[in-house]
Design a protein around this ligand. Structure first.
Ligand SMILES: NC(=O)c1ccc[n+]([C@@H]2O[C@H](COP(=O)([O-])OP(=O)(O)OC[C@H]3O[C@@H](n4cnc5c(N)ncnc54)[C@H](O)[C@@H]3O)[C@@H](O)[C@H]2O)c1
Ligand SMILES: O=C(O)C(=O)C[C@@H](O)[C@H](O)[C@H](O)COP(=O)(O)O
Ligand SMILES: [Zn+2]
Length: 367
Protein backbone atom coordinates (compact mmCIF):
# COMPACT_ATOMS: atom_id res chain seq x y z
CA UNK A 1 0.00 0.00 0.00
CA UNK A 2 1.63 3.35 -1.00
CA UNK A 3 1.95 5.99 1.77
CA UNK A 4 -0.49 8.37 0.09
CA UNK A 5 -2.64 6.38 -2.35
CA UNK A 6 -4.66 9.47 -3.33
CA UNK A 7 -1.54 11.42 -4.37
CA UNK A 8 -1.56 12.53 -8.00
CA UNK A 9 -0.60 15.48 -10.16
CA UNK A 10 -2.29 17.11 -13.15
CA UNK A 11 -0.42 19.73 -15.16
CA UNK A 12 -1.93 22.72 -16.95
CA UNK A 13 0.44 22.94 -19.89
CA UNK A 14 0.07 26.59 -20.87
CA UNK A 15 3.18 27.56 -22.84
CA UNK A 16 5.57 29.51 -20.62
CA UNK A 17 3.10 29.42 -17.69
CA UNK A 18 2.61 25.70 -17.08
CA UNK A 19 1.64 24.81 -13.53
CA UNK A 20 0.91 21.74 -11.41
CA UNK A 21 -2.29 20.77 -9.64
CA UNK A 22 -1.10 18.72 -6.66
CA UNK A 23 -3.80 16.36 -5.35
CA UNK A 24 -3.53 14.22 -2.22
CA UNK A 25 -4.38 13.83 1.45
CA UNK A 26 -2.28 15.76 3.96
CA UNK A 27 -0.56 18.11 1.51
CA UNK A 28 -0.98 21.08 3.86
CA UNK A 29 1.35 19.36 6.32
CA UNK A 30 3.85 18.55 3.59
CA UNK A 31 6.20 21.51 3.95
CA UNK A 32 8.20 20.62 0.85
CA UNK A 33 5.12 20.55 -1.40
CA UNK A 34 3.75 23.82 -0.05
CA UNK A 35 7.07 25.67 0.05
CA UNK A 36 7.96 24.42 -3.42
CA UNK A 37 4.68 25.66 -4.84
CA UNK A 38 4.79 29.18 -3.40
CA UNK A 39 7.37 31.51 -4.99
CA UNK A 40 8.78 34.67 -3.40
CA UNK A 41 9.70 35.75 0.13
CA UNK A 42 6.66 37.93 0.85
CA UNK A 43 3.44 35.91 1.03
CA UNK A 44 -0.10 37.14 1.74
CA UNK A 45 -2.53 34.41 2.80
CA UNK A 46 -6.18 35.22 2.04
CA UNK A 47 -8.87 33.17 3.75
CA UNK A 48 -12.24 33.59 5.42
CA UNK A 49 -13.63 33.42 8.94
CA UNK A 50 -14.84 29.81 8.50
CA UNK A 51 -11.78 28.27 6.85
CA UNK A 52 -9.01 30.19 8.66
CA UNK A 53 -9.60 28.65 12.14
CA UNK A 54 -9.20 25.16 10.61
CA UNK A 55 -6.25 25.58 8.26
CA UNK A 56 -4.52 28.98 8.30
CA UNK A 57 -1.99 28.15 11.01
CA UNK A 58 -1.00 24.94 9.21
CA UNK A 59 -0.36 26.84 5.99
CA UNK A 60 1.66 29.45 7.88
CA UNK A 61 3.72 26.67 9.48
CA UNK A 62 4.39 25.10 6.10
CA UNK A 63 5.69 28.49 4.94
CA UNK A 64 8.00 28.99 7.94
CA UNK A 65 10.92 31.22 7.01
CA UNK A 66 8.88 33.39 4.63
CA UNK A 67 7.59 36.85 5.48
CA UNK A 68 3.87 36.05 5.78
CA UNK A 69 0.86 38.24 6.43
CA UNK A 70 -2.79 37.25 6.33
CA UNK A 71 -6.23 38.67 5.80
CA UNK A 72 -9.39 36.90 6.96
CA UNK A 73 -12.52 37.98 5.09
CA UNK A 74 -16.19 37.53 5.93
CA UNK A 75 -17.72 34.31 4.58
CA UNK A 76 -20.21 34.10 1.72
CA UNK A 77 -20.93 34.74 -1.93
CA UNK A 78 -22.47 38.12 -1.00
CA UNK A 79 -18.93 39.25 -0.04
CA UNK A 80 -17.44 38.39 -3.44
CA UNK A 81 -17.46 42.05 -4.38
CA UNK A 82 -15.10 44.92 -5.04
CA UNK A 83 -15.61 46.42 -1.58
CA UNK A 84 -14.25 43.23 0.07
CA UNK A 85 -11.30 43.12 -2.33
CA UNK A 86 -10.15 46.45 -0.88
CA UNK A 87 -9.28 44.69 2.38
CA UNK A 88 -6.78 42.53 0.45
CA UNK A 89 -5.14 45.56 -1.19
CA UNK A 90 -5.05 47.31 2.21
CA UNK A 91 -3.21 44.36 3.77
CA UNK A 92 -0.74 44.10 0.87
CA UNK A 93 0.11 47.78 1.21
CA UNK A 94 0.22 47.72 5.04
CA UNK A 95 2.62 44.77 4.89
CA UNK A 96 4.83 46.70 2.46
CA UNK A 97 4.60 43.92 -0.12
CA UNK A 98 6.12 44.59 -3.53
CA UNK A 99 5.79 43.12 -7.01
CA UNK A 100 7.76 40.06 -5.96
CA UNK A 101 5.12 38.97 -3.48
CA UNK A 102 2.71 36.03 -3.78
CA UNK A 103 -0.98 35.97 -2.89
CA UNK A 104 -2.21 32.58 -1.64
CA UNK A 105 -5.94 31.84 -1.63
CA UNK A 106 -6.97 29.43 1.14
CA UNK A 107 -10.68 28.72 0.76
CA UNK A 108 -13.46 27.89 -1.65
CA UNK A 109 -14.27 29.49 -4.95
CA UNK A 110 -15.28 32.80 -3.41
CA UNK A 111 -11.87 33.31 -1.79
CA UNK A 112 -10.06 31.94 -4.85
CA UNK A 113 -11.86 34.24 -7.29
CA UNK A 114 -11.50 37.32 -5.09
CA UNK A 115 -7.89 36.77 -4.01
CA UNK A 116 -6.97 35.90 -7.59
CA UNK A 117 -8.46 39.16 -8.79
CA UNK A 118 -6.53 41.05 -6.12
CA UNK A 119 -3.34 39.27 -7.29
CA UNK A 120 -4.12 40.09 -10.93
CA UNK A 121 -4.50 43.78 -10.16
CA UNK A 122 -2.18 44.60 -7.24
CA UNK A 123 0.69 46.59 -8.74
CA UNK A 124 -0.63 45.31 -12.11
CA UNK A 125 -0.14 41.69 -11.23
CA UNK A 126 1.69 39.52 -8.70
CA UNK A 127 2.13 35.78 -8.31
CA UNK A 128 -0.84 33.73 -7.13
CA UNK A 129 -1.27 30.24 -5.65
CA UNK A 130 -4.55 28.42 -5.05
CA UNK A 131 -5.15 26.23 -2.00
CA UNK A 132 -8.76 25.14 -2.63
CA UNK A 133 -10.71 23.87 0.38
CA UNK A 134 -14.08 22.95 -1.20
CA UNK A 135 -14.75 20.18 -3.68
CA UNK A 136 -16.04 22.82 -6.10
CA UNK A 137 -12.83 24.82 -5.84
CA UNK A 138 -10.67 21.69 -6.27
CA UNK A 139 -12.45 20.54 -9.43
CA UNK A 140 -13.10 23.88 -11.04
CA UNK A 141 -12.50 27.37 -9.65
CA UNK A 142 -8.85 26.91 -8.63
CA UNK A 143 -7.92 25.83 -12.17
CA UNK A 144 -7.82 27.94 -15.30
CA UNK A 145 -7.22 31.49 -14.17
CA UNK A 146 -10.71 33.02 -14.21
CA UNK A 147 -10.67 35.47 -11.30
CA UNK A 148 -13.15 38.16 -10.35
CA UNK A 149 -16.02 39.48 -8.28
CA UNK A 150 -19.76 39.96 -8.70
CA UNK A 151 -21.70 43.13 -9.48
CA UNK A 152 -25.18 43.40 -7.94
CA UNK A 153 -26.62 43.12 -11.44
CA UNK A 154 -24.39 40.41 -12.82
CA UNK A 155 -22.26 37.46 -11.75
CA UNK A 156 -18.46 37.74 -12.18
CA UNK A 157 -18.91 41.02 -14.05
CA UNK A 158 -15.54 42.40 -12.92
CA UNK A 159 -12.47 40.25 -13.33
CA UNK A 160 -9.29 39.21 -15.08
CA UNK A 161 -7.63 36.11 -16.44
CA UNK A 162 -4.69 35.41 -14.12
CA UNK A 163 -3.29 31.90 -13.91
CA UNK A 164 -2.04 30.54 -10.59
CA UNK A 165 1.56 29.33 -10.25
CA UNK A 166 0.31 26.16 -8.58
CA UNK A 167 -2.79 24.54 -7.10
CA UNK A 168 -2.54 22.49 -3.90
CA UNK A 169 -5.65 20.35 -3.37
CA UNK A 170 -5.38 18.64 0.01
CA UNK A 171 -8.26 16.17 0.02
CA UNK A 172 -8.10 15.91 3.83
CA UNK A 173 -9.58 19.41 4.18
CA UNK A 174 -12.81 18.07 2.69
CA UNK A 175 -13.33 16.24 6.02
CA UNK A 176 -14.69 19.48 7.52
CA UNK A 177 -16.73 20.51 4.47
CA UNK A 178 -20.51 20.45 5.12
CA UNK A 179 -22.50 17.89 3.08
CA UNK A 180 -24.45 20.62 1.29
CA UNK A 181 -21.19 22.15 0.02
CA UNK A 182 -19.88 18.74 -1.06
CA UNK A 183 -23.05 18.23 -3.12
CA UNK A 184 -22.67 21.71 -4.64
CA UNK A 185 -19.21 20.68 -5.84
CA UNK A 186 -20.69 17.60 -7.47
CA UNK A 187 -22.69 19.88 -9.78
CA UNK A 188 -19.43 20.99 -11.46
CA UNK A 189 -18.10 17.41 -11.45
CA UNK A 190 -21.20 16.17 -13.27
CA UNK A 191 -20.80 19.11 -15.68
CA UNK A 192 -17.54 17.63 -17.04
CA UNK A 193 -19.26 14.34 -17.77
CA UNK A 194 -22.16 16.03 -19.53
CA UNK A 195 -20.17 18.47 -21.64
CA UNK A 196 -17.59 16.13 -23.09
CA UNK A 197 -16.67 13.03 -21.11
CA UNK A 198 -19.36 10.32 -21.54
CA UNK A 199 -17.14 7.68 -19.91
CA UNK A 200 -16.83 9.84 -16.77
CA UNK A 201 -20.58 10.45 -16.89
CA UNK A 202 -21.19 6.70 -16.85
CA UNK A 203 -18.75 6.34 -13.93
CA UNK A 204 -20.63 9.06 -12.04
CA UNK A 205 -23.94 7.33 -12.68
CA UNK A 206 -22.48 4.12 -11.28
CA UNK A 207 -20.51 5.64 -8.39
CA UNK A 208 -22.20 8.87 -7.25
CA UNK A 209 -23.06 7.32 -3.88
CA UNK A 210 -19.35 6.63 -3.26
CA UNK A 211 -18.68 10.35 -3.71
CA UNK A 212 -21.57 11.28 -1.41
CA UNK A 213 -20.07 8.87 1.14
CA UNK A 214 -16.70 10.65 0.66
CA UNK A 215 -14.79 7.47 -0.22
CA UNK A 216 -11.19 8.69 -0.52
CA UNK A 217 -10.29 6.91 -3.77
CA UNK A 218 -13.55 7.98 -5.44
CA UNK A 219 -12.97 11.60 -4.42
CA UNK A 220 -9.37 11.54 -5.61
CA UNK A 221 -10.44 10.07 -8.94
CA UNK A 222 -13.23 12.63 -9.43
CA UNK A 223 -10.93 15.56 -8.59
CA UNK A 224 -8.20 14.30 -10.90
CA UNK A 225 -10.53 13.51 -13.82
CA UNK A 226 -12.33 16.86 -13.46
CA UNK A 227 -9.02 18.75 -13.39
CA UNK A 228 -7.78 16.83 -16.46
CA UNK A 229 -10.95 17.77 -18.33
CA UNK A 230 -10.70 21.41 -17.34
CA UNK A 231 -6.96 21.67 -17.99
CA UNK A 232 -7.38 20.31 -21.52
CA UNK A 233 -9.98 22.96 -22.37
CA UNK A 234 -8.06 25.80 -20.72
CA UNK A 235 -4.86 24.94 -22.60
CA UNK A 236 -6.77 24.99 -25.88
CA UNK A 237 -8.68 28.24 -25.24
CA UNK A 238 -7.37 30.14 -22.23
CA UNK A 239 -9.41 33.32 -22.78
CA UNK A 240 -12.70 31.78 -23.88
CA UNK A 241 -12.57 32.71 -27.55
CA UNK A 242 -14.51 29.51 -28.28
CA UNK A 243 -14.38 26.05 -26.73
CA UNK A 244 -13.85 27.20 -23.12
CA UNK A 245 -17.45 28.47 -23.08
CA UNK A 246 -18.47 24.80 -22.81
CA UNK A 247 -17.44 25.09 -19.14
CA UNK A 248 -20.44 27.42 -18.83
CA UNK A 249 -22.94 24.57 -19.26
CA UNK A 250 -25.92 25.51 -17.07
CA UNK A 251 -24.34 28.81 -16.07
CA UNK A 252 -26.43 31.26 -18.12
CA UNK A 253 -29.49 30.02 -16.26
CA UNK A 254 -27.56 29.43 -13.02
CA UNK A 255 -25.95 32.85 -12.84
CA UNK A 256 -29.40 34.41 -13.40
CA UNK A 257 -30.68 32.43 -10.39
CA UNK A 258 -27.78 33.62 -8.23
CA UNK A 259 -28.14 37.29 -9.21
CA UNK A 260 -31.94 37.31 -9.00
CA UNK A 261 -31.85 35.83 -5.49
CA UNK A 262 -29.16 38.25 -4.26
CA UNK A 263 -26.15 35.87 -4.15
CA UNK A 264 -27.05 33.90 -1.06
CA UNK A 265 -29.87 31.41 -0.71
CA UNK A 266 -28.80 29.28 -3.69
CA UNK A 267 -25.20 28.09 -3.72
CA UNK A 268 -23.38 28.40 -7.05
CA UNK A 269 -23.35 24.61 -7.43
CA UNK A 270 -27.07 24.38 -6.70
CA UNK A 271 -27.90 27.14 -9.16
CA UNK A 272 -25.87 25.57 -11.96
CA UNK A 273 -27.34 22.12 -11.22
CA UNK A 274 -30.80 23.54 -11.88
CA UNK A 275 -29.30 25.47 -14.81
CA UNK A 276 -27.90 22.28 -16.37
CA UNK A 277 -31.33 20.65 -16.04
CA UNK A 278 -32.86 23.68 -17.77
CA UNK A 279 -30.27 23.44 -20.57
CA UNK A 280 -31.04 19.73 -20.92
CA UNK A 281 -34.79 20.39 -21.01
CA UNK A 282 -34.27 23.03 -23.72
CA UNK A 283 -32.07 20.60 -25.69
CA UNK A 284 -34.93 18.09 -25.55
CA UNK A 285 -37.41 20.79 -26.58
CA UNK A 286 -35.17 21.40 -29.62
CA UNK A 287 -35.18 17.69 -30.38
CA UNK A 288 -31.39 17.50 -29.91
CA UNK A 289 -31.68 14.99 -27.08
CA UNK A 290 -34.58 12.71 -26.23
CA UNK A 291 -36.97 13.24 -23.30
CA UNK A 292 -35.39 10.09 -21.83
CA UNK A 293 -31.95 11.77 -22.05
CA UNK A 294 -33.35 14.75 -20.15
CA UNK A 295 -34.75 12.42 -17.48
CA UNK A 296 -31.35 10.71 -17.26
CA UNK A 297 -29.61 14.05 -16.66
CA UNK A 298 -32.16 15.23 -14.07
CA UNK A 299 -32.01 11.85 -12.30
CA UNK A 300 -28.26 12.13 -11.76
CA UNK A 301 -28.52 15.60 -10.24
CA UNK A 302 -31.39 14.38 -8.05
CA UNK A 303 -29.31 11.44 -6.83
CA UNK A 304 -26.52 13.88 -5.99
CA UNK A 305 -28.99 15.73 -3.76
CA UNK A 306 -29.06 18.76 -6.04
CA UNK A 307 -31.99 20.82 -7.34
CA UNK A 308 -33.33 19.92 -10.77
CA UNK A 309 -35.62 22.96 -10.99
CA UNK A 310 -34.94 26.68 -10.41
CA UNK A 311 -36.57 28.79 -7.72
CA UNK A 312 -39.75 30.61 -8.74
CA UNK A 313 -38.12 33.82 -9.94
CA UNK A 314 -40.19 33.86 -13.15
CA UNK A 315 -39.29 34.04 -16.82
CA UNK A 316 -39.01 37.85 -16.90
CA UNK A 317 -36.35 37.86 -14.15
CA UNK A 318 -34.49 35.09 -15.98
CA UNK A 319 -34.46 37.16 -19.18
CA UNK A 320 -33.35 40.34 -17.38
CA UNK A 321 -30.38 38.62 -15.72
CA UNK A 322 -29.48 36.42 -18.70
CA UNK A 323 -29.23 39.56 -20.85
CA UNK A 324 -25.90 40.47 -19.19
CA UNK A 325 -24.37 37.02 -19.74
CA UNK A 326 -20.79 37.38 -20.94
CA UNK A 327 -21.26 34.93 -23.81
CA UNK A 328 -23.82 37.22 -25.52
CA UNK A 329 -22.72 38.91 -28.74
CA UNK A 330 -24.56 41.89 -30.30
CA UNK A 331 -27.61 41.26 -28.14
CA UNK A 332 -27.78 37.56 -29.08
CA UNK A 333 -27.62 35.14 -26.17
CA UNK A 334 -25.38 32.14 -26.70
CA UNK A 335 -26.20 29.06 -24.67
CA UNK A 336 -24.44 25.80 -23.93
CA UNK A 337 -26.81 23.00 -24.94
CA UNK A 338 -26.57 19.23 -25.22
CA UNK A 339 -26.22 17.24 -28.43
CA UNK A 340 -26.30 14.14 -26.23
CA UNK A 341 -25.41 13.44 -22.58
CA UNK A 342 -21.63 13.64 -22.88
CA UNK A 343 -21.43 16.23 -25.68
CA UNK A 344 -22.27 19.94 -25.43
CA UNK A 345 -22.18 22.80 -27.94
CA UNK A 346 -22.08 26.58 -27.56
CA UNK A 347 -24.66 28.14 -29.84
CA UNK A 348 -26.78 31.19 -30.55
CA UNK A 349 -28.48 29.26 -33.30
CA UNK A 350 -31.79 28.12 -31.80
CA UNK A 351 -35.36 29.32 -32.33
CA UNK A 352 -36.41 31.96 -29.78
CA UNK A 353 -39.51 29.87 -29.11
CA UNK A 354 -37.38 27.11 -27.55
CA UNK A 355 -36.03 29.49 -24.88
CA UNK A 356 -39.51 30.92 -24.33
CA UNK A 357 -40.91 27.41 -23.87
CA UNK A 358 -38.10 26.51 -21.45
CA UNK A 359 -38.63 29.57 -19.26
CA UNK A 360 -42.42 29.03 -19.32
CA UNK A 361 -42.01 25.36 -18.37
CA UNK A 362 -39.80 26.15 -15.38
CA UNK A 363 -41.99 29.10 -14.35
CA UNK A 364 -44.79 26.56 -14.04
CA UNK A 365 -42.58 23.81 -12.56
CA UNK A 366 -40.19 25.51 -10.17
CA UNK A 367 -38.62 24.28 -6.95
N1 LIG B 1 -13.03 30.89 -11.37
C1 LIG B 1 -13.70 29.83 -11.80
O1 LIG B 1 -13.34 29.22 -12.81
C2 LIG B 1 -14.90 29.37 -11.03
C3 LIG B 1 -15.42 28.09 -11.29
C4 LIG B 1 -16.51 27.65 -10.54
C5 LIG B 1 -17.05 28.46 -9.55
N2 LIG B 1 -16.50 29.69 -9.33
C6 LIG B 1 -17.00 30.53 -8.23
O2 LIG B 1 -16.77 29.84 -7.01
C7 LIG B 1 -17.71 30.28 -6.04
C8 LIG B 1 -18.31 29.08 -5.35
O3 LIG B 1 -17.26 28.40 -4.69
P1 LIG B 1 -17.56 27.39 -3.48
O4 LIG B 1 -18.67 26.51 -3.84
O5 LIG B 1 -16.26 26.84 -3.09
O6 LIG B 1 -18.15 28.36 -2.37
P2 LIG B 1 -17.47 29.13 -1.13
O7 LIG B 1 -16.17 29.64 -1.48
O8 LIG B 1 -18.50 30.10 -0.66
O9 LIG B 1 -17.30 27.98 -0.04
C9 LIG B 1 -18.43 27.30 0.40
C10 LIG B 1 -18.59 27.34 1.93
O10 LIG B 1 -17.77 26.34 2.50
C11 LIG B 1 -16.92 26.91 3.49
N3 LIG B 1 -15.70 26.13 3.47
C12 LIG B 1 -14.76 26.15 2.51
N4 LIG B 1 -13.86 25.18 2.72
C13 LIG B 1 -14.23 24.55 3.85
C14 LIG B 1 -13.70 23.46 4.57
N5 LIG B 1 -12.66 22.77 4.12
N6 LIG B 1 -14.31 23.10 5.71
C15 LIG B 1 -15.42 23.75 6.13
N7 LIG B 1 -15.98 24.78 5.47
C16 LIG B 1 -15.39 25.17 4.34
C17 LIG B 1 -16.81 28.33 3.10
O11 LIG B 1 -16.42 29.15 4.19
C18 LIG B 1 -18.21 28.63 2.59
O12 LIG B 1 -19.07 28.89 3.67
C19 LIG B 1 -18.74 31.10 -6.78
O13 LIG B 1 -18.49 32.46 -6.56
C20 LIG B 1 -18.49 30.75 -8.23
O14 LIG B 1 -18.87 31.79 -9.09
C21 LIG B 1 -15.44 30.14 -10.04
O1 LIG C 1 -13.54 28.21 -16.09
C1 LIG C 1 -14.48 28.51 -16.81
O2 LIG C 1 -14.33 28.95 -17.95
C2 LIG C 1 -15.87 28.39 -16.31
O3 LIG C 1 -16.79 28.87 -16.95
C3 LIG C 1 -16.07 27.66 -15.03
C4 LIG C 1 -17.39 27.97 -14.34
O4 LIG C 1 -17.75 26.80 -13.59
C5 LIG C 1 -17.31 29.11 -13.35
O5 LIG C 1 -18.51 29.22 -12.62
C6 LIG C 1 -16.88 30.45 -13.89
O6 LIG C 1 -16.67 31.36 -12.84
C7 LIG C 1 -17.90 31.08 -14.80
O7 LIG C 1 -17.31 32.15 -15.42
P1 LIG C 1 -18.11 33.29 -16.19
O8 LIG C 1 -17.11 33.84 -17.13
O9 LIG C 1 -19.27 32.63 -16.88
O10 LIG C 1 -18.57 34.26 -15.19
ZN1 LIG D 1 -19.33 27.25 -12.17
Amino acid sequence: MPANPERRQVRVELPGRAYPIEIGRGLLDDGATVAGAVPGRQVLLVSNETVAPHYLARLEAALEGRLTASVVLPDGEAHKRLETTMAVYDQLIDAGFDRGCTVVALGGGVIGDLAGFAAATYQRGVAFVQVPTTLLAMVDSSVGGKTGVNHPRGKNMIGAFHQPRAVIADLAVLDTLPDRELRAGLAEVIKYGLLGDPEFLAWLEADIERLLAREPDALAYAVERSCRNKAAIVVEDEREAGRRALLNLGHTFGHAIEAATGYGPWLHGEAIAAGQCMAAWMSAELGWITPADYERVAALFARAGLPTRPPGIGGAAFRRHMAVDKKARDGQLRLVLLRRPGEAVVTGDYPATALTATLAHFEAHHA
